[in-house]
Design a protein around this ligand. Structure first.
Ligand code: C2E
Ligand code: MG
Ligand code: MG
Length: 677
């Protein structure tokens, strides 16, 4: 039967809720009893925890599930209690049971919550007590907690840092740990040594161990990191490392480190096939200085030597001190073997000037032995041993005061020596008038007339006779000597042109070859000055440049070329076809003539490739409105082919070899024509 609330019931319900919510103990019991009495209009009765009084007219136990919450019992109503009253008391008991159960649940949660809060407080205290810095962050690196240790170590208070990303503390941003990496999370954590930044800006070394934080389903939710300052340990390690690998006197790497570095680079050299060299340096006259002036002076001298060696070398070269007065240098990736000889020479120059140690002006020299990788040996031990042997050879050969060097390989010694002779000889030759120019005519293919002459330098060597430029120009190009050589050639060519001019010859282009080292911003002024000095028109001069000069710094190159052509001097591009000029690139330069390289003329007419290249170059020249000349023409077939393709000028043994100025003048005076000889 449905239970209908009557207004008193509702009042009782509200009162019941109120009582369960706000009262407890005796007051609650009292209140519950009163509500039962009012609801059932009973003078006696109440709410009882245990058994009710024995005598009651109506009673109802209060159960929720298995939980027993006491009972209601009422009695003493006149007229007794009927079925409805029984139902009413039962409803009251059910409602009371549910309310008391809800209250018990809430009490339990509140107690648990309090307990958890207490626990948390305790844990925070524990974390704050330990010296280590402990921080937690979420999976994307945002800091979620920061203990006192972290505050002390980093200098940031928790309030300043919580909510910021851990990257904020990195010394540089692309640092190592990445919290969201899956592999890391699967492994559960790792330890590492890292560099971090304090609030003060100071960078320090820390050991960091990271482990993941997981929720109750085992899913990673963040990271916990323990930092420990290990700066001192690191410094100690570095000190030990320095002691083990560096020479205490000069601060240079010691033998152990040197060999390590060499071995490492040999691995990649072996892979790339690049050249390297070891230079074993032993000081001359060091021992007597050390013995007579004392070790303190000797030590300072060695320190100065170390500085000079370092300054004379490039960043990538390694210089080390092996002990006493022995040093060693490793050159990695040198272009040519004999370049090691240039470096040895440079080091000897660097050590040549007197050293000022306290009040003493000291002079020492050195003997340098060179071994070459991989020609002489493939490992650092062998190369060092052979360089040492070569050093003894250099010492024995004596050389001059300043010192000497020797290669381990006799063959290398030979080339290096002859190169050295050429270099020193050429310096002298420029001043001694041992150089001269020969001229090779350039012919107009249509009428056979001489339209110009290329000036080609020769060296009249006092002992060896006439030396061709291929033997000495490349050596001059490797040093500053090429500038002096170039100045001499330009001067001699202009002097010659002026002479021909005075002899009544019409202006004809005298072509001067330029090396890359001469192609500088000062070139136009030098050219103009030479023309003025000899009082000749610019129509007498042509400069032959090569493609390699066009490759460096386009804007500068164009500016230089424009200044030259503005004078009226023409430019021709020598050895065309052997470089890598792109056509669009070529268009930008104010070039007058393309000169087809001799290597393509040689194969004409039998080699179809050479024929194709030569005719393509002629086509390009026409397209770009340049003149075109073929060099190295040696026979009639080549001439016919070139004429048919539209080539405008030729130069080569077929008409004339390069000749002395007098012979050239004779050809010009006679107006000698090709085909009419
Ligand atoms: P280059 O400028 O290409 O000069 C042409 C070279 O080819 C010259 O050699 C010339 O004698 C040679 N030659 C000309 N016609 C023939 C031929 O029909 N057959 C053969 N087999 N060879 C021929 P040379 O005089 O020995 O000069 C060689 C290179 O030396 C020149 O090549 C040039 O690059 C350089 N050179 C010569 N003189 C100077 C100079 O005064 N300054 C600079 N920087 N370089 C120079
Ligand atoms: Mg030339
Ligand atoms: Mg050429």
């Amino acid at each position: 039967m449905p239970f209908h609330y009557v207004p008193e019931d509702l009042a009782c319900t509200a009162e019941l809720c109120e009582a369960v919510l706000s009262l407890c103990g005796h007051a609650l019991d009292e209140s519950l009893g009163r509500i039962a009495r009012v609801l059932l209009e009973s003078p006696q009765g109440g709410y009882f925890h245990g058994n009710s009084p024995e005598k009651s007219d109506l009673a109802e136990e209060i159960f929720h599930g298995n939980a027993f919450f006491g009972r209601y019992a009422v009695s003493g109503r006149i007229g007794g209690y009927d079925y409805m009253d029984r139902m009413r008391l039962a409803a009251l008991a059910r409602l009371t049971a549910r309310l008391l159960q809800a209250r018990a649940d809430a009490d339990r949660s509140a107690r648990q919550f309090e307990k958890a809060a207490e626990q948390l407080l305790l844990q925070t205290q524990v974390l704050d007590q330990i010296h280590e810095s402990v921080i937690t962050m979420d999976l994307t690196g945002f800091i979620t907690s920061w203990n006192k240790g972290a505050e002390k170590l980093f200098g940031y208070a928790a309030a300043e840092i919580i909510g910021r990303n851990i990257i904020f503390l990195y010394e540089n941003e692309d640092d190592e740990e990445e919290p969201s990496q899956d592999t890391f999370l699967q492994q559960g954590g790792r330890e590492m040594e890292v560099r971090r930044r304090k609030k003060s800006g100071e960078i320090f070394w820390a050991s960091l161990s990271l482990s993941s934080l997981r929720d109750n389903t085992g899913q990673p939710v963040g990271l916990i990191g323990y930092f420990m300052d290990i700066t001192e340990r690191k410094q100690a390690q570095e000190k030990i490392h320095h002691l083990a690998y560096y020479d205490a006197l000069t601060g240079l790497p010691n033998r152990t480190l040197f060999m390590k570095l060499v071995d490492q680079s040999l691995v990649s050299a072996n892979r790339n096939g690049s050249n390297g060299a070891l230079l074993f340096i032993d000081l001359n006259r060091f021992k007597p200085i050390n013995d007579t002036l004392g070790h303190a002076i000797g030590d300072q001298l060695l320190q100065q030597v170390a500085i000079r060696l370092k300054d004379a070398l490039r960043e990538d070269d390694v210089v080390a001190r092996l002990g006493s007065d022995e040093f060693v240098v490793a050159l990695f990736d040198i272009n040519q073997h004999y370049h090691a000889g240039f470096v040895a020479q440079k080091l000897l120059y660097a050590m040549e000037n007197p050293y000022l140690v306290e009040e003493h002006e000291l002079r020492i020299g050195a003997s340098i032995g060179i071994s070459i990788h991989a020609q002489d040996g493939a490992d650092s031990e062998t190369l060092l041993r052979l360089a040492d042997i070569a050093m003894y050879r250099a010492k024995k050969s004596g050389g001059n005061d300043q010192g000497s060097y020797a290669f381990y390989s006799q063959e290398m010694n030979h080339t290096a020596l002859s190169r050295l002779h050429i270099e020193t000889g050429l310096r002298r030759a420029i001043g001694n008038n041992e150089l001269l120019l020969h001229y090779q005519p350039k012919i107009n293919i249509e009428d056979g007339r001489i339209v110009g002459a290329e000036a080609l330098v020769r060296w009249q060597h006092p002992e060896r006779g006439l030396i061709l430029p291929s033997e000495f120009v490349p050596i001059a190009e490797e040093s500053r000597l090429v500038v002096r050589l170039g100045e001499w050639v330009l001067e001699a060519a202009c002097r010659q042109a002026a002479e021909w001019h005075r002899a009544g010859l019409a202006p004809m282009r005298v072509a001067v070859n330029l090396s890359a080292g001469e192609f500088t911003l000062s070139l136009p002024d030098r050219v103009e000055a030479a023309l003025n000095r000899h009082d000749i028109s610019a129509a007498w001069l042509e400069l032959e440049i090569t493609e390699s000069m066009l490759m460096v710094g386009t804007d500068d190159v164009i500016a230089i070329m424009e200044e030259i052509t503005a004078l009226g001097v023409t430019l021709s591009l020598d050895d065309f076809g052997t470089g890598y000029s792109s056509l669009s690139y070529l268009k930008r330069f104010p070039i007058h003539t393309l000169k087809i390289d001799r290597s393509f003329i040689m194969g004409i007419p039998d080699d179809p490739n050479d024929c194709a290249i030569a005719s393509a170059i002629i086509g390009i020249a026409k397209q770009l409105q340049h003149r075109v000349i073929a060099e190295g023409v040696e026979n009639a077939e080549q001439l016919d082919f070139l004429r048919n393709q539209g080539c405008e000028e030729i130069q080569g043994y077929f008409f004339s070899r390069p000749v002395a100025p007098l012979e050239m003048a004779k050809m010009l005076m006679e107006d000698r024509r090709f085909g009419l000889v």
